[in-house]
Design a protein around this ligand. Structure first.
Ligand code: ZN
Length: 431
């Protein structure tokens, strides 16, 4: 664990690429003081309304989903993240009133049933009960599906992982929160309607999308997935649905093998799946233009009523499972872009749902950083710094050009790229 007393600031504070951050004039102020000053300055044109907080939904039940030794998707992932967030709150860097903690609740069978047939839900429940009967509550986890193990507590954890984003959506719908962060496990985006795989039992973000539509009437749902893996389950569930737009950046080719750019949806859903497969070693120089110049035009055309973020931190350069080059600071900026899309189209309605991330330090720091971003702050919690240099750079313009043509994005607004000093990303390897 990094030093929780001093988790602030990049370990490379002199990094010049962070400084020419474009002004975000539409961003409301973050601190309580500035929220109050915004409140008192009603006469000033375009003053933002007092900003509602970010609902943080977590539940200790998530730790009861046990896995075998050596398995990467461990309870410490979210335990470390919530501990870091709690430390930031305790030291006052993250005002508690900006991030009210809400308990998760189990998703009901009716809610899960919007995505998963009851037979799948029952299969998970039976498997967990079988482990319990076989060996008691401390029984060793047993294999359930490809890269999925269950323990006696897994069913309740999975129900609450699916229910947590719904708690956040309710807080938003009832005017108690501007946006939310469901810090959950097990993750969800590989789970299909009838299949568990890739550490996932139920598709948490998919259930949230259906709930947003049914409970709150937010019909057009934009799901942004920056986990390093393609969310094959989410794509499958909404592949023929034009009201749910699935946008994914992911390492490719890579697990689970899906996510080619030619996979664009089918029938009424044609065009509502936007895959951005990226080569290994993609970093900020690729992700920044993709978000500003592909995600933005896609969102402009789609005009979401709510935005969901499959927040996987395994595209961090330090992740042991993948090979991308994002830093924690980069995750901050990408999240701020997504939040700005939500600001523009749907009054800030955005729920981030935890997916992957397997370096325990990186997931804790990214979780805290993303939570800051959701509160409107660009503060970065990071002692890992930028990716080690490499001696080449992908041609992001070729990637962009292919996506423009494939998705017919000409004519839609593109945000200018943030200035990048190429030498910051392309340095000859030493020796
Ligand atoms: Zn992942």
């Amino acid at each position: 664990m990094p030093d929780e007393d001093q988790p602030m600031s990049s370990s490379k504070p002199a990094k010049p690429t962070r400084s020419p951050r474009p002004a975000k004039s539409a961003k409301p102020a973050q601190s309580a003081q500035s929220a109050q000053s915004a409140q008192s300055a009603q006469s000033v044109e375009r003053v933002a309304a007092p900003r509602l907080p970010t609902a943080l939904v977590y539940d200790p039940t998530f730790l009861d989903h046990h896995v075998p030794d050596g398995f990467p998707e461990v309870p410490a992932r979210v335990a470390g993240a919530i501990a870091m967030i709690d430390a930031l709150i305790a030291e006052g860097s993250l005002p508690a009133e900006h991030v009210p903690r809400l308990d998760a609740r189990p998703a009901t069978k009716d809610e899960l049933g919007m995505v998963h047939p009851l037979a799948h839900v029952e299969r998970v429940r039976h498997a967990c009960e079988a482990v319990l009967e076989y060996g008691g509550y401390e029984a060793s986890p047993r294999r359930f599906a490809s890269d999925v193990y269950v323990s006696p507590g897994s069913y309740e954890a999975a129900l609450r992982a699916a229910g947590a984003p719904l708690v956040a959506l309710d807080a938003i719908g009832e005017g108690r929160a501007r946006n939310g962060y469901a810090l959950v496990r097990p993750p969800g985006h590989h789970a299909g309607a009838e299949i568990a795989m890739g550490f996932c039992l139920f598709n948490n973000v998919a259930v949230a999308a259906r709930y947003a539509q049914r409970r709150w009437g937010w019909r057009r749902v934009l799901i942004v997935d920056y986990d390093v893996h393609h969310g094959n389950g989410t794509q499958d569930i909404f592949y023929e649905d034009g009201d749910v737009l699935y946008f994914s950046t992911h390492q490719f080719p890579f697990y689970p093998g899906t996510g080619a750019s030619a996979e664009r949806g089918r029938g009424a859903g044609l065009g509502a799946t936007v895959n951005v497969p990226l080569p290994a070693d993609s970093g900020w120089s690729v992700y920044d233009p993709i978000f500003r110049q592909v995600l933005w035009p896609v969102a402009d055309r789609f005009k979401p009523d709510v935005v969901l973020l499959s927040a996987g931190f395994d595209a961090h350069w330090s992740d042991p499972l993948a090979e991308m080059r994002l830093s924690t600071a980069d995750y901050s900026d990408l999240t701020l872009e997504v939040a700005e899309i939500a600001d523009r189209y749907c009054e800030g309605r955005l729920v981030a749902v935890q997916e992957g991330g397997y370096n325990l330090d990186a997931i804790a720091q990214c979780a805290a950083t993303v939570l800051f971003a959701l509160t409107g702050s660009d503060r970065v919690v990071d002692n890992l710094g930028e990716a080690p240099p490499i001696n080449f750079r992908w041609n992001e313009d070729a990637i962009l050009k292919a996506l423009y043509e494939l998705h017919d994005l000409a004519g839609y607004r593109r945000k200018p790229r943030r200035p990048i000093l190429p030498e910051q990303y392309v340095r000859p390897t030493e020796g």
